[in-house]
Design a protein around this ligand. Structure first.
Ligand SMILES: Cc1cc2nc3c(=O)[nH]c(=O)nc-3n(C[C@H](O)[C@H](O)[C@H](O)COP(=O)(O)OP(=O)(O)OC[C@H]3O[C@@H](n4cnc5c(N)ncnc54)[C@H](O)[C@@H]3O)c2cc1C
Length: 403
């Protein structure tokens, strides 16, 4: 197999010679520099980190040294003074590492855990968690899901009881990306007896607080390089200054946070589809059966045509949602649609990529020509579940459409 055919080297989804809106020429340098970083620092280790079920914390330090953990944050906090489009470039290019788990592990910190600290945090909280977060010195995770409740966010049971000077927390969280290594968990808790929409709050729960433990590191179908934790809270005292945002307004923080998380997931899926498509076309031209390249069989050509259509449709909708979000519009409908369409499409594209590669597509280890495709297929399966399931996306859309 030639190096150029390795699927992670395929032309990334949005990296043609002319950027597609909402990306512009100003993003090209950033794209090139992240790509160099990914090729040098991440891609060579992707398979090894997946096997080890862990990537080193040093990755955060290296990303930070290049400014990649703070692209969208103001310079006064150590960020680069950019915006969400810069982070979108990061998301697309991180896909080039060929490990969904690695991208997710970084993404949990950058895309879902630090944004609420920036958006809702006090100046003191930003200094304590965002500034070191951008430097890669403190890793943040977002803790919402519990063993008893996922989709039904309002059903959170982890209880924070008011005491003098703070809160005492009891309960548990599960499926928390980055939760094993996290220095701070942005944690959803119930701060009223009834809980629900008007009774949730967020607390910044720190590693080392008495009674806070990682009860389990969870094994998964994919996303192997990322650590996924079950967390336990037993009479954890959390001081007043760690309340994030307003008391009992946590549900609105969750809703606000979901928008960028879902765009980020859509961007990741689109980038993955672009790479899988490139790899499949290359393989269809190279691999011969019955005396001709398999791409000359109509059955294979049609698969590729369908994959390309799913990719382009997902990209168009995702970039549309990204543009609206970036311009500050209410884009719940478009973001929800982009997440829904892209995640399922990515699973289908990955499945067809395996089929086109035949037995090689099912193989894990190099030197298979399809090295990394089986990993992509496993990693992408999380898409229709994480960040809100397909069914929940459809429920949101149903409401948006007046039903
Ligand atoms: C690898 C991984 C990483 C994750 N990382 C994080 C993280 O960092 N932080 C975090 O807080 N969470 C995280 N999650 C949790 C994730 O957000 C939830 O798994 C997801 O929201 C679904 O919740 P659930 O698993 O409890 O499924 P459930 O809510 O129990 O749903 C089970 C099934 O029922 C369906 N269903 C539920 N309600 C309805 C309805 N009203 N109508 C129709 N169907 C319905 C669902 O769509 C699904 O098919 C992660 C999950 C995974 C697997």
């Amino acid at each position: 197999m030639s190096e150029a055919r390795e699927f992670t080297k395929g032309v990334p989804a949005a990296a043609g010679s002319r950027p597609l809106p909402p990306f512009a020429d100003e993003h090209q340098d950033l794209r090139a520099s992240i790509r160099r970083f990914v090729e040098k620092e991440l891609r060579p280790h992707a398979a090894e980190w997946d096997d080890e079920r862990w990537f080193p914390n040093e990755v955060f330090a290296k990303l930070a040294a290049n400014g990649f953990l703070g692209l969208k944050y103001p310079e006064r906090y150590g960020g680069e003074g950019g915006d969400y489009l810069h982070d979108a470039v990061l998301i697309e290019e991180l896909g080039g590492a060929g490990s969904g788990g690695l991208a997710a592990g970084i993404g949990a910190h950058v895309n879902i855990a630090t944004p609420p600290i920036f958006k809702f945090g006090t100046e003191d909280q930003k200094q304590r968690f965002l500034v070191p977060g951008i430097r890669g010195e403190k890793i943040a995770a977002l803790g919402i899901t519990e063993p008893g409740t996922g989709s039904d966010v309002a059903g959170i049971r982890t209880q924070a009881k008011r005491v003098d000077g703070g809160w005492v927390v009891n309960g548990s969280k599960t499926f928390i990306t980055g939760g094993v290594r996290a220095d701070v968990v942005v944690t959803a808790v119930k701060t009223s007896e009834e809980g629900g929409h008007g009774g949730l709050s967020f607390l910044l729960i720190e590693k080392g607080m008495d009674g806070f433990t990682v009860s389990k590191k969870l094994e998964k179908l994919g996303w192997h390089a990322s650590d996924t934790a079950e967390l336990a809270f037993q009479d954890v005292f959390v001081p007043d200054e760690n309340l994030l945002g307003e008391e009992n307004r946590g549900f609105y923080l969750i809703v606000a946070n979901f928008q960028w998380e879902r765009i980020a997931m859509a961007l990741g899926a689109v980038a993955a589809m672009g790479r899988l498509l490139d790899a499949s076309v290359a393989y269809a031209l190279e691999r011969e059966a019955f005396g001709r390249p398999i791409g000359k069989f109509q059955a294979i050509r049609h698969k590729v045509a369908t994959m390309a259509t799913k990719f382009e449709a997902s990209r168009a909708l995702t970039y549309h949602a990204l543009r609206l979000f970036h311009e500050g519009h209410d884009a719940i409908r478009e973001v929800t649609m982009a997440k829904l369409l892209s995640q399922r499409a990515a699973c289908e594209v990955a499945d067809e990529a395996i089929q086109i590669h035949g037995g090689a597509g099912y193989m894990k280890a190099p030197p298979s020509a399809a090295s990394g495709i089986e990993r992509a297929a496993r990693d992408l399966r999380l898409g229709p579940i994480g960040g809100g399931t397909d069914e929940i996306m459809k429920e949101i859309l149903g409401r948006q459409l007046g039903l």
